[in-house]
Design a protein around this ligand. Structure first.
Ligand code: ADP
Ligand code: 5GP
Length: 235
């Protein structure tokens, strides 16, 4: 992307334990000029996290000051803590000629979609509830209480999947990374008018297979494993 172009904004959301951090870390290694937006949060720093790398850890007073000053592109309360994306990050990415990747929850994603209508949203789903539970346990980060809470929240979050442009079912890691990469590269390519190489066409095909309309059928058994009714039964 040239520095004068508007950055593409990719939003990625998922229930905790689906593999979103693993996927975004791999994606950032593979795709140049893609920058991870470091959010501001009032939650305490966890074990191996570093201030300014994973998040900017700030006080609730500072967070409220940033809200009042209009410094957030979006913000939300997630699991009792405040999280927000700074407008400045988007400006900086634009100046550097980078696209931006936001790892934010479903409330934040809805706000961004309203403000930046051309942003691209991706929802990561686990293959089913049992596998999500296994991944949460195997990660060995949370107590049993927290795991049960995360599973309950997952059910609510999964209901929102059909508000996203792309659905990524994170089954085999390598394939998921390849699909995620294809989504980013094909969206970049879409912006350029010009002949497409065979490789570009392959990316398009792979990305298209993750489009909401094309993924609905594959999502049904996953919804059922969380006892989430299909959208038609919900409205
Ligand atoms: P999230 O960021 O969505 O909370 P993580 O990236 O921390 O999830 O992944 C949760 C756990 O699942 C981690 O232990 C991670 O190594 C593992 N994991 C992620 N993706 C896969 C996958 N495709 N297959 C098997 N394990 C995975
Ligand atoms: P964690 O505290 O486990 O890192 O993140 C908890 C949740 O907050 C995740 O769903 C993550 O996507 C979300 N989150 C992280 N940063 C932001 C942000 O800036 N805005 C919003 N709305 N959600 C965020």
């Amino acid at each position: 992307m040239s520095p004068s172009q508007k950055p593409l904004v990719f939003i990625i959301s998922a229930p905790s334990g689906s593999g979103k951090s693993t996927l975004t870390n791999e994606l950032l290694k593979l795709v140049p000029n893609l920058e991870f937006s470091i959010s501001y949060t009032t939650r305490p720093l966890r074990g191996s996290e570093q201030n300014g790398k994973h998040y900017h850890f700030i006080s609730i007073e500072e967070f409220n000051r940033m809200i009042a000053a209009g410094e957030f592109l979006e913000y939300a309360n997630v699991h009792g803590n405040c999280y927000g994306t700074a407008r400045e990050f988007l400006r900086q990415a634009g100046r550097k000629g980078n696209d931006l990747l936001l790892d934010i929850d479903v409330q934040g994603a809805a706000q961004i979609k309203r403000n930046l209508t051309d942003s691209i949203s991706i929802f990561v789903l686990p293959p089913d509830r049992k596998i999500l539970e296994w991944r949460l346990r195997n990660r060995s980060e949370d107590s049993e209480d927290v795991i049960q809470r995360r599973l309950l929240t997952a059910t609510r979050e999964i209901e929102e999947y059909d508000k996203y442009d792309y659905i990524l079912i994170n089954d085999k890691l390598e394939e998921s990374v390849e699909r995620l990469r294809a989504i980013v590269l094909s969206e970049r390519q879409r912006r350029l008018d010009g002949p497409r190489s065979e490789e570009d066409k392959r990316y398009f095909e792979l990305a298209e297979s993750c489009r909401l309309a094309n993924a609905r059928e594959k999502v049904q058994p996953i919804l059922a494993s969380f006892s989430v009714p299909a959208p038609s039964a919900r409205s």
